[in-house]
Design a protein around this ligand. Structure first.
Ligand SMILES: [Zn+2]
Ligand SMILES: [Zn+2]
Length: 254
């Protein structure tokens, strides 16, 4: 399994892209602006999109991906997401106003996208890969994802504040290799982080204290104007434990 980071920033400007992860050639986890870096051929090869939640920085490229490369595509994109996320996309994005309803076009029987509701704890098998929806605690219904192959596990938090159930679930994952964890805000912004249900360096350290697996920590979703301060606070909060600050374009093989 090949995990390629297309976007890992809390915002989009210059070289920064919002959340999108490509798994092998056919799967995306989240659909932020990083998807715009794919070639038309790469877009045509995407068969499954797994969404963590409905917020724009995680879904905003889905409308454009849906009708990109139609001449090269030989089937619909299946969009896996919580029922609440599917409902939000249908009501507010694919509503015939902001964007056409591509779950019913060009015909309901042969639409460009197909919504497939999933629930926390559910596992889908795609070939020899397993994708499981993990618990998350955010302002809207949200999940993280665990990607597993014979080479090990890659966990992604999605957007979340400290979530006891997320860390407890990871402790049951054999061969967990990577934990990609959002740390959006500085500790100085703890009040805003609490209100918006994001993670700060102190909350990251609290979560890692629960983790009983020797997985590598990958940090994502930092606010673009606070990157240096969040890095410094994470190093201070984690002590001996190493953090890797993700960069767009990085690839992890499992
Ligand atoms: Zn969010
Ligand atoms: Zn976000």
């Amino acid at each position: 399994m090949r995990v390629r980071i297309l976007g890992c920033s809390g915002g989009a400007c210059n070289e920064l892209r919002t959340t999108a992860i490509q798994v092998d050639g056919d799967v995306l986890v989240d659909c932020g602006t990083g998807v715009g870096d794919l070639t038309l051929e790469e877009m045509a090869n995407i068969r499954h999109v797994f969404l963590t939640h409905s917020h724009l920085d995680h879904v905003l490229f889905l409308p454009l991906l849906s009708d990109a490369a139609l001449a090269l595509r030989d089937g619909p994109i299946t969009v896996h997401a919580l029922p609440e996320t599917v409902a939000a996309l249908k009501a507010h994005v694919f509503n015939g106003v902001l964007w056409p309803d591509y779950s019913a076009l060009p015909t309901p029987q042969n639409a460009y996208i197909r919504f497939a509701p999933l629930h926390e704890g559910e596992t889908l098998e795609l070939g020899d890969r397993k994708i499981t929806a993990l618990p998350a605690c955010h302002t809207v219904p949200a999940v993280g994802y665990l990607l597993e192959s014979s080479g090990g596990g890659f966990a992604f938090s999605g957007d979340t504040t400290f979530c006891e159930a997320f860390w407890a679930t990871l402790n049951s994952v054999k061969n967990l290799k990577y934990v990609m964890m959002e740390t959006t805000m500085r500790d100085a912004d703890a009040t805003v982080a609490e209100r918006s249900c994001h993670t700060t360096p102190i909350l990251l350290a609290r979560g890692l204290a629960r983790l009983q697996r020797p997985a590598q920590l990958l940090v994502t979703h930092i606010e673009p104007d606070k990157v240096e301060q969040v890095h410094t606070e994470i190093r201070a909060a984690l002590g001996k434990r190493q953090a890797h600050f993700l960069l767009r374009g990085e690839v992890f093989k499992l």
